[in-house]
Design a protein around this ligand. Structure first.
Ligand code: ATP
Ligand code: MG
Length: 685
């Protein structure tokens, strides 16, 4: 092992980072904003502690949030000349401890196999629910079970716990309890344990078995936890059991990036760290090293909108102003997104340095299909595309065509494409009509979407090479699957906000910033859920080093088949530059416009006379009534009016934030103001 030089490890750190690294003994909490070097400090601090002899490398445990982050952490440490340090998730460390202790305590039986996902069990249980509850997405129920288990609440305790926590479950709590109990029974029957059980069982073991606890504690004595703002009570309990009476713990996090409360995590362990640990040292990192000032300006506005005083301070040089684009249709938005990706690549950004973030996995399929058509390589985090059961099924059907003799084996071009489609329809339930698939719920829709994507890929291959037969097509698909498996794809990254945590790219696109998607429909008007949605957007924005594209579409295919009108995400209003900054015409031209987007206007976020006029009116009104302005209307409501440009009372009612009372009280004034301002601004309209 190369000798670690402590001074060298400190050389490229700023004063606050250095202070954190020098604090080699816990308890230490590092609270800092996105991109300020928290993760960097975690690895550096471990290296420094080893280099100065404060701890043996084998006794270090660094806890990361994902396996991928663990891999990267281990690599960083190796790069610093420090192999042999353990970097793992809570779950991975628990798994290794359980594997070790389980057989001795279970008559020699090995640890049961792990259930990769709750959905295959929860799905059928959901469909047995009464009435329309059977359409509840299995994912929502699985999250609810996870929430309970993260608090060590068993099925029979769920009702009371949900009630005490003021929880609003996706279906009535007694039905959740029924699904939860059924899930636990089915899992036990199948002889499986799930990810939550890894932590539950390890906590149970270490609580009950002093010898096991002593052994575990003898091995690891120095702990560091990254992304600590998303720690569940269960993980926290496990951490405390690992520590025992000791306090060599360093936690690192940013409460503004808490995005897993829906599964039971809470930032309170981070924010209350100093209370819990007497004499704990708190270090704040203050500079952002990741993003341009322009990207950070957006992030800071979002923070301010949440009422947070914290600001990210830029160290990087200026970059392009982030674009906020509005498109007439979802199709236009997709075209513009592909155009943007292409332009980035043409300008020299490698595809792997570009990311497109979405709120839910189901949003990925059309993007995949569009990138496929454009011949742009991409990689999907989450369930890898070619590992999805329906995609595997579809490949198997293709393999049957390739393996048969006679007519089928001779099929080429369009004939082959048609045969593939017929078989997928027959064997896999690919539906003609997207609307029909939608009726079967979110999972059916995702399944449908991946089959559509695969079909688009096959069509594309056959268009490019009409002489290709089933064997050729299959070989191409298998090469893509292999590329995906070993990450050799190195394509544009497609992933959810949740998975983007801790990562960074040169260019980031955040499409479909619409009400119902971000914030997601299930958040309703619940303040805690909405705050988490806003934090998701904050995480998304702060992933970008340089280029950032935000967009939304005015219409999008709706659940019932036809096009549905969409409203911009309420958070876009918060991203609006302050009035002084907006006066500059440059800001307006920086807002992306759809190619040839006739009839569209720049989003008000780029400066809008109507919004300004509405604010001026609100100020007058507030003075007249002797009330604060927000009582008259929130900024978000004014922004929504400016977006919708209502010219009738009906249209005004449809604007979010305008209830019947407001419409009655202010309707006439607002409509007059809208007409006046638009007439003045667009004499030719
Ligand atoms: P997040 O909140 O998103 O997890 P973070 O606080 O963990 O972010 P890092 O990922 O550690 O931030 O660092 C962000 C980027 O800034 C990385 O590319 C890192 O290498 C770089 N960086 C951090 N500190 C410095 C520094 N002192 N000098 C130069 N670059 C730095
Ligand atoms: Mg980090």
């Amino acid at each position: 092992m190369p000798r670690l030089d402590p001074d060298h490890l400190l050389a490229d750190l700023d004063p606050e980072q250095r202070e954190a690294v020098l604090a080699v003994r816990g308890p230490v909490a590092i609270l800092a904003g996105a991109g300020s070097g928290k993760t960097r400090v975690v690895s550096r601090r471990a290296a420094y502690a080893v280099a100065t002899g404060a701890v043996q490398p084998g006794r270090v445990l660094i806890v990361t949030f994902t396996d991928k982050a663990a891999g990267e952490m281990a690599e960083r440490l190796r790069g610093l000349g420090l192999p042999g340090v353990t970097a793992r998730t809570f779950h991975a460390q628990a798994l290794s401890q359980l594997r070790h202790f389980w057989p001795d305590r279970h008559d020699g039986e090995p640890l049961p196999d792990l259930l990769a996902s709750k959905l295959p069990i929860v799905g059928p249980l959901a469909r047995q629910l009464p009435g329309h509850y059977r359409f509840t997405p299995a994912k929502d129920l699985a999250d609810e079970i996870e929430w309970a288990k993260a608090r060590r609440v068993p099925p029979r305790g769920y009702l009371a716990a949900a009630d005490a926590a003021g929880r609003e479950p996706p279906i009535p709590a007694d039905l959740v309890e029924r699904v939860y109990a059924g899930y636990e029974r089915a899992k036990a029957r199948a002889g499986r344990i799930d990810f939550d059980d890894l932590l539950l069982e390890t906590v149970g073991l270490l609580e009950a078995d002093e010898a096991a606890a002593a052994l575990v504690r003898a091995r690891k004595s120095w702990f560091s936890v990254d992304e600590y703002q998303d720690t569940s009570p269960l993980a926290q309990r496990l951490l405390e059991l690992w520590l025992g009476e000791r306090d060599d713990l360093c936690v690192v996090g940013d409460e503004d990036q808490t995005i897993y409360t829906f599964t039971g995590a809470t930032s309170s362990f981070l924010t209350a760290f100093a209370q819990r640990w007497q004499g704990a040292r708190e270090v704040a990192l203050v500079r952002n090293y990741r993003s341009t000032p322009q990207v950070l300006a957006l992030a800071n506005r979002l923070l301010a909108g949440e009422g947070r005083a914290k600001r990210l301070v830029a160290t990087r040089p200026d970059g392009p102003v982030p674009a906020i684009a509005r498109h007439p249709t979802a199709g236009d938005e997709l075209d513009a997104l592909v155009g943007w990706v292409r332009a980035r690549i043409a300008a020299g950004t490698v595809p792997a340095e570009i990311a497109v973030l979405v709120r839910v996995n189901a949003q990925l399929a059309p993007i995949e299909a569009a990138l496929t058509r454009a011949g742009i390589p991409y990689q999907v985090r989450g369930v890898p595309f070619y590992e999805r059961p329906e995609v595997r099924g579809a490949m198997a059907a293709l393999r049957r065509i390739a393996g048969s003799s006679g007519r089928l084996a001779r099929l080429r071009g369009r004939e082959l494409a048609a045969e593939v489609e017929v078989r997928w329809r027959r064997d896999l339930g690919l539906e003609d009509d997207e609307a029909a698939a939608r009726q079967h719920g979110d999972e059916a829709r995702e399944r449908q979407a991946s089959l559509d994507t695969l079909l688009a890929i096959v069509d594309g291959l056959l268009d490019a090479d009409p002489a290709a037969d089933a064997t050729n097509v299959l070989a191409d698909l298998e090469a893509r699957a292999a590329g995906e498996r070993d990450g050799a794809g190195e394509g544009v990254n497609l992933l959810t906000y949740h998975r983007a945590k801790g990562l960074e790219w040169d260019a980031v696109a955040l499409p479909s910033l619409e009400e119902g998607l971000l914030p997601i429909r299930q958040a309703g008007e619940e303040p805690a859920a909405l705050a988490e949605e806003r934090r998701l957007l904050y995480v998304g924005i702060t992933r970008a080093r340089e280029h950032l594209l935000l967009s939304w579409a005015e219409t999008r295919p709706g659940r019932s088949g036809g096009d549905a009108r969409r409203r911009p995400s309420r958070y876009l209003a918060a991203l609006r530059p302050p009035p002084a900054a907006r006066a500059a015409p440059a800001a307006r031209s920086a807002a992306g416009r759809p190619p040839g987007g006739s009839g569209t206007t720049a989003a008000p976020a780029a400066g809008d006379p109507l919004f300004d006029a509405l604010r001026a009116w609100r100020l007058d009104k507030a003075r007249e009534l002797g009330q604060p302005p927000y009582v008259v209307a929130h900024d978000a409501t004014l922004a929504a009016i400016a977006e919708a440009r209502p010219t009738s009372l009906e249209a005004l009612w449809r604007v979010r934030g305008i209830g019947p009372a407001k419409a009655e009280r202010y309707g006439a004034e607002i409509l007059a103001l809208v007409t006046r301002t638009l007439d003045a601004a667009e004499p030719d309209a």
